[in-house]
Design a protein around this ligand. Structure first.
Ligand code: HEM
Length: 127
């Protein structure tokens, strides 16, 4: 049983469909940004679908939802790509833009951004 003060971030965001919509908007913005979109430019449609589903599962699980993330950890998934700190700053801008477009409330927006930013050190390799 839970009341609103105990609700998980998953519940506060609106559950699976809401997090899937956040993931899709976020990925669209990243892939369409010429400064960063080249990382995914050669991905097949199937790779895109797989990575999208893994990201939904990862975010839902991290937010306290019932999904089980079966992908690789964040460091293993990104090591070798050479992602920079400033590219990660750009990703954070797209994260904020996504949450604003989808009208996610301030408290949840802050929690999602803090979580995404907490992955930075596992993902970046260069300043
Ligand atoms: C600027 C930052 C980022 C870039 C350029 C980037 C790019 C990529 C690329 C190119 C791959 C495919 C790697 C491969 O299989 O060879 C990948 C995998 C993945 N990324 Fe990112 N990523 C970034 C940040 C993030 C963040 C913040 C998350 C979490 C929300 C994330 C979640 C994932 C997941 C779940 C996978 C799939 C893991 C697997 O295949 O097991 N990425 N990313």
């Amino acid at each position: 049983m839970s009341n609103s003060s105990e609700a998980s971030l998953y519940e506060r965001l609106g559950g699976y469909d809401a997090i899937a919509a956040i993931t899709d908007e976020f990925r669209d913005r990243l892939m369409n940004d010429p400064k960063i979109g080249y990382y995914w430019a050669a991905d097949s449609l199937d790779t895109k679908r797989r990575d999208r589903q893994l990201t939904v599962d990862f975010l839902c699980e991290a937010a306290g939802g019932p999904t089980f993330y079966t992908g690789r950890n964040m460091q293993t998934s990104h090591v070798g790509l050479g992602i920079t700190d400033s590219e990660y700053d750009l990703l954070m801008e797209h994260c904020i833009g996504t949450l604003e477009k989808l009208e996610v409330a301030e408290a949840e927006k802050a929690d999602v951004c803090a979580f995404i930013n907490s992955l930075r050190d596992e993902i970046i390799e260069k300043q």
